[in-house]
Structures are given as C-alpha cells and as structure tokens.
Write a protein that binds this ligand. Structure first.
Ligand SMILES: O=c1[nH]cnc2c1ncn2[C@H]1C[C@H](O)[C@@H](CO)O1
Ligand SMILES: [Zn+2]
Length: 384
C-alpha cells in the first residue's frame, strides 16, 4: 500500500518542492546564451563555442576531467565576461530568476569580487552591482509568481592573498545583502590556515563563514577549517567519509573528527554532480551523502556550478532520489537542514522553515490522496 511517507516524488513534484541552496557559484551558473551575448558585446573572442547548446556541452565536458584544477580552468571564460557593472547585474538577476523558477526559495550565492576587477571596477562596485542584480532578479521572479530570497557570500581565492580585504568587504556589506564569507580555488597546496587572519577578523566581528574543504584534499583540510579557522560550515566536506569505518556487519565507527562534525551539527554543503566531475566521488550511488544522511550528519544538497555540471537543485535531488530511493520526507529533511544552516538570522530561518518549507512539503505529500480519489471516481464512472 502506498503511504504518505513512502511516496517517491515525481520530477514535477521535485521541481515544485521548496528548496534551499547554500552552495552555488555566481560565475559557475551563467546561461550559455548570456555568455555568448556578453562576449560579443565586450569583444571577448576566446570562447570555445559560439552557439548556446554547444557552449553548454563544452563547459560540462571540460569540467568532467576528474581533476579540480582542470575543472577550475573553465571559469576563465565566465569571469572574462563578468567585468562590467551591467554584466554583473545581468548575471546576478538571471541567477535569481533561474533559481526561483527551479523552486529554490532561499539561496546563498557566492563569487570572488577580486576576479571582477579587470575592466577597472572597484571591489565595492562589484558588490553593489551583484546585490542590485539579485534584488532585480527577486523582483522579476515575484512578477512571474515565484518567491525567492538571495544572499551573497563573498569568496576569497585561496591561492591569492586578498582574503582579509575580502573579509572586510563582506563585513562592510553585512546589512546590505552579503550574508557571509568563503574561500575557494585549488585546495591541495593552499590550506585554509593561509587565511587565518581573515577568519579571525570575521570571528571578532561575529560574522559567518564557510570554507571549501574536504573536496580535493582530505581530513587535514577539514580539520584545519574547523579547528584552526573556526568555519561555521564546510563547502563539500565529503572526505569526512575517510574518518568513518563501516564494518562487514554494517556497524559504524566514527573517528574523532567525524564525531566532532556530527556532534556539533557542522553543516556539510554537498554537491554530488560536481564531486563526480572532480573525482571526489565515484558515482551517485557511492556518494558519501547516502551514508551521511543515514548517520544523521547535518547534510545538505547543493549545485556548486550549474553551468559546469549542467544541473539544478531539482536535478541534484532527482539524481539522489534515483540513487537512494529518497522520498519527499528525505528531501524535506535536506531542505530543513539547509535552512537551519543558512547565515541569515535565526528568527528568519525559523519562519522560512515553518511558513514556507513545511507547508510546501505538506502540500506535495497530500497530493497522492487526491490523485487516488480522482482515479477511483473515474474508474467507477466507467463501470457505472
Ligand atoms: O568546487 C569548487 N571548489 C573550489 N573552488 C571552486 C569550486 N567551484 C568554483 N570554485 C571557484 C572558481 C570560481 O571562480 C570561484 C569563485 O566563485 O570559486
Ligand atoms: Zn564550490
């Protein structure tokens, strides 16, 4: 018998379900058609393709190498066309519209302001343009019947040396759409402790930050991010699986670090498709999210780079439903986890959970009742 809780969601239900996205890069989510138009307007001639479908495929294939370093090379093209106020505004607005259309109700979208200064913008101007774009996108989404709230995370590149400056920038804009800070880029060789002054500054300011850690590099990176730097969340964090032993009889033993992550409810911003592309996981079925969800880690599901992974929040959920037979209850669990872990104030997170997320899933979970009633009356009608 079908029960409410065992209901396997359809693709359409997944799209309509309220979703929360904590890990999405602005420069990894452009529409291919927009890249082509911006390149034409700005005289950027190095795009590998000039037709939107082909360019989308090019990004997915180029990012599919199994190496984080090669994956990151593809961002040269997106950053190249995001150097003016107008371009940043457009990309941010389209990002909010696209996420809203996919059923995302709350998103934290990150980008590295230092990568958008080539045409003479200042760091402040970059942040202002992106913030204005997000507000415009929220407005356009509302006009189209969707509700979304987007916060920005400012990223510092881990190979560079501007993290304190970017942390200060994030802090200056904390009441103006910037909800936190992050570091990203190649992980091996660039440990989080290189940026300790930035993290210590943010802690003194009672501000929030996440750190890309445990993606291309393992436990030492996660340990540093948490115990030296004090990260509120882990970007990816999938390699925490290296500190978990599952015996043949199914019993599980957590090491000290994995226990700490679970006990302290440290949010893991997991991005399944991205992890497959960079070699951090072998397949969806083997992705650590399956075990971590079972063990009640504070796991969340994210897109990372929608362009490079050819994905969306709905698609990531669909892939996990296929791999792990997740129900709407599982998807709600991931969504509530993400909302609890967001960087906006507690009362606003709670209101999102109680007034948007739970009612949204309750509505979806009730649909099977009506579908069954409709089928019954239709068939009894035919019989009569
Ligand atoms: O998954 C990632 N790991 C590390 N760095 C990343 C990842 N995805 C994107 N980035 C980098 C490339 C972008 O240019 C930068 C800022 O969004 O962050
Ligand atoms: Zn990322």
């Amino acid at each position: 018998m079908t029960s409410q809780t065992s209901h396997v969601p359809t693709a359409d239900q997944i799209r309509r379900a309220p979703k929360v996205l904590l890990h999405d890069h602005l420069d990894g989510g452009l529409r291919p058609g927009t890249i082509i138009e911006l390149a034409r307007e700005q005289g950027y001639s190095k795009l590998p393709e000039t037709e939107p479908d082909k360019l989308g495929i090019w990004f997915r294939e180029a990012a599919d190498s199994g190496s984080l370093e090669r994956y990151l090379e593809t961002f040269a093209h997106t950053c190249a066309v995001m150097q003016t106020r107008e371009a940043l505004f457009r990309v941010a607005a389209e990002c909010a519209v696209d996420l809203a259309e996919d059923g995302v109700v709350y998103a934290e979208v990150r980008y590295a302001p230092e990568q958008h200064l080539e045409a003479g913008l200042t760091l402040e101007e970059v942040v202002e343009a992106v913030n204005e774009g997000f507000r415009e996108g929220e407005r356009l989404a509302r006009e189209a019947g969707h509700r979304i709230r987007v916060g920005a995370l400012l990223t510092a590149m881990r190979h560079a040396a501007r993290s304190l400056e970017i942390a200060e920038l994030a802090n200056r804009h904390r009441d103006d759409g910037v909800v936190g800070f992050d570091i990203a880029g190649a992980e091996a060789g660039f440990p989080p402790t290189r940026h300790l002054d930035a993290f210590e500054y943010l802690k003194r300011e009672n501000n929030h930050f996440t750190i890309h850690a445990g993606e291309a590099f393992g436990l030492p990176s996660i340990w540093q991010a948490l115990q030296w730097c004090g990260a509120d969340r882990l970007g990816h964090g999938v390699r925490i699986i290296d500190d978990i032993e599952v015996a043949d009889d199914g019993s599980v033993r957590l090491g000290r670090l994995a226990s700490y992550v679970r006990d302290k409810r440290i949010p893991l911003e997991m991005c399944p498709t991205s992890n497959l592309q960079t070699g951090a996981a072998a397949s969806y079925a083997e992705h650590p999210v399956g075990l971590l969800r079972k063990l009640h880690f504070r796991a969340t599901v994210n897109t990372d780079n929608r362009l490079m992974s050819g994905t969306s929040m709905s698609r990531e959920f669909e892939l996990l439903v296929d791999a792990f037979d997740y129900t709407l209850d599982d998807l709600q669990w991931f969504t509530v986890n993400a909302m609890k872990s967001a960087f906006i104030p507690f009362d606003e997170r709670l209101a999102m959970i109680n007034d948007v997320i739970k009612p949204g899933y309750a509505e979806l979970k009730s649909e099977w009742l009506f579908r069954q009633t409709a089928t019954t009356s239709a068939s009894s009608g035919r019989e009569g």
